[in-house]
Design a protein around this ligand. Sequence first.
Ligand SMILES: NC(=O)c1ccc[n+]([C@@H]2O[C@H](COP(=O)([O-])OP(=O)(O)OC[C@H]3O[C@@H](n4cnc5c(N)ncnc54)[C@H](OP(=O)(O)O)[C@@H]3O)[C@@H](O)[C@H]2O)c1
Length: 325
Amino acid sequence: MRAIVVREFGGRPEAADMPIPEVGPGQVQIQLEAAGVNPFDKRIMDGFLDGKLPHDFPLIPGTDGAGTISAVGSGVNDFEIGDRVVGKFLVPPVGHGTFAEYIVVPCESTIAKLPDEVTAIRAAALPTAGITALDLMHAAGVKGGQKILIVGASGGVGSYLVQLGALAGAHVLATARPDDTDRMIRLGATEVVNYGRITVTDSPTHALDSEPSVADSVRITDPGGIDVLFDLVSPPPVFADNASLVKPGGAAYSTVWSADEEDLKARGVTGGNLESTGGAAELRELLRLVGNSDLMVPISNMPPLAEAADVIGAPGARGKTVLVI
Ligand SMILES: NC(=O)c1ccc[n+]([C@@H]2O[C@H](COP(=O)([O-])OP(=O)(O)OC[C@H]3O[C@@H](n4cnc5c(N)ncnc54)[C@H](OP(=O)(O)O)[C@@H]3O)[C@@H](O)[C@H]2O)c1
């Protein structure tokens, strides 16, 4: 089968012909049509799980994928050949991922059947980023009228989180580079906090380049503070500055292990470092929202599988990238 592989940790992804995996008892084989790309794929390829889980090389990366069940092992009752499904898969030994024409996974994996109205390509953009966004919403218990700040809003997790926040009736402040401002508003942001180099023109002959911090901008626009911070990108010192905007009794979460949980507690702020634990139930909830048109799947890029090397680990995400297999 066609697949993308790396031959060692840190290696460049390349196209390869790999054997089609066969089903064993309790497993299903999925013929994949599409695979979602996440920052975690690159981390795995670079050895993030080395020493924690066994790996097989050549290693096929990819955790998110959607397609059709093409074989079922003995003892599988919940799925049959022909079912259209989507899932999030990280099954040891690591190296048998979704950037390939076929995958074999245990039937109790994070896997859900697709409603007729959701295509495999849209579904493949959901699992990791969508489930993480839903986990963050559940953890913080976001309520209507609350002010939430999403830092890193323009990427995969953020583009779902902005929508889920708006759906909950929250006042959503979303960070974006200036050229991505309109998309954030369309997704449901109430306010957009621009970051990166911004040129301020205060007279016909004078322009000033500045790079204000997100926290400094929000202190000006929302001096009363915020109820919830979801920070998807900042290193610890920047997270601490952003978290200082949260009112006592509020919540602050990092998805990149930047929160000092003792420090938050001392300020009467709940939350901390969130590791996504959502599974098939959360995936079904996301599919229901997409099927009802309450959630838009924010795909910005759909290259063919053979071009995976150009997009794995690439910066500047605007929503999701999905590899078309
Ligand atoms: N803990 C968990 O369980 C869990 C689960 C899922 C994801 N994650 C992690 O959470 C992070 C976000 O995931 P993702 O899938 O959304 O990543 P992504 O799709 O790559 O999005 C990251 C976004 O953040 C923007 N960004 C970068 N620096 C920024 C800054 N200083 N201020 C504001 N925005 C900035 C990027 O745009 P520009 O490059 O244009 O700035 C990009 O749009 C990743 O590190 C991922 O590994 C953790």
